[in-house]
Design a protein around this ligand. Structure first.
Ligand SMILES: [Zn+2]
Length: 249
């Protein structure tokens, strides 16, 4: 299986990251969100492979608040999230926020899942390493669920995702990454509900999965992006990319 077949099978309608950022900006622009009046929050894995997407977002939306934890889990809590609310540009009685929250996964040129080639390394390495580490524990049946203060983020990741797994079944990495994406999105939406006051009522939730492909290409599989303006939810529709826009064979 090739990379493009694997991408189409597991993440249909994924877009190149740059196109995802541009198309969501255009959609949000129509709802009144622009770089000058909006503050972005970015939750991606700590892995340096995720940086090109973060840089693309910041090029489009300006300097952003960093929500990132291992695997893209959101560990900043109410205090961190509230701080980000106070950094937004002033706009007549309200502020605008756009949130990017995406776990990630590597796909090799031969379609193998969960691996990527990193610059300067001879062998492929796991991506997302944190999710692969968790999956290894599930596979070997040696899951450690206590809160290890020397491994806080991985402990919290496991504690958050285990209740979402089916008892006795070990998911494939693609499924586990989609489970992580669901948890991250739920956590983001809960933080929004817990902290957003009436003066912060315009925001967008842009979640999905970031995919690392051959030649450092990055793609995004969007998952039901939407904006809320004056309390009204607006789905953001992203057309499938054309083969030329997709940029792969
Ligand atoms: Zn990762």
């Amino acid at each position: 299986m090739s990379f493009s077949q694997s991408l189409a099978t597991h993440f249909p309608n994924a877009l190149p990251a740059e196109l995802f950022v541009r198309r969501t900006y255009e959609a949000l622009w129509r709802l009144g969100f622009v770089k000058a009046n909006t503050f972005a929050g970015i939750g991606l894995c700590r892995d340096e492979l995720t940086r090109p997407l973060a840089e693309e977002i910041e090029k489009t939306w300006g300097e952003a608040f960093n929500f990132s934890g291992l695997a893209g889990m959101l560990y900043l809590g109410k205090a961190g999230f509230t701080a980000s609310l106070h950094h937004a540009p002033d706009e007549e009685g309200s502020t605008r926020h756009v949130y990017f929250a995406l776990p990630h996964i590597g796909i090799m040129p031969d379609g193998r899942i969960g691996l990527c080639n990193r610059p300067g390394q001879l062998k492929p390495s796991p991506a997302c390493g944190a999710l692969v580490a968790f999956l290894n524990e599930l596979t070997t049946g040696s899951i450690r669920v206590n809160l290890d203060m020397d491994d806080i983020e991985l402990s919290l990741l496991k504690q958050r995702l285990i209740p979402k797994l089916q008892y006795g079944q070990v998911p494939e990495l693609v499924a586990l990454t989609k489970i992580a994406q669901t948890a991250i999105r739920e956590d983001l939406e809960r933080l929004i509900l817990l902290t957003l006051g009436p003066s912060h009522n315009h925001y967008a939730v842009l979640s999905g999965i970031q995919i690392h492909g051959p030649q450092q290409q990055t793609f995004v599989w969007p998952c039901e992006p939407y904006a809320v303006v004056d309390g009204v939810r607006h789905p953001i529709t992203l057309p499938s990319p054309s083969p030329v826009e997709l940029g792969i064979d």
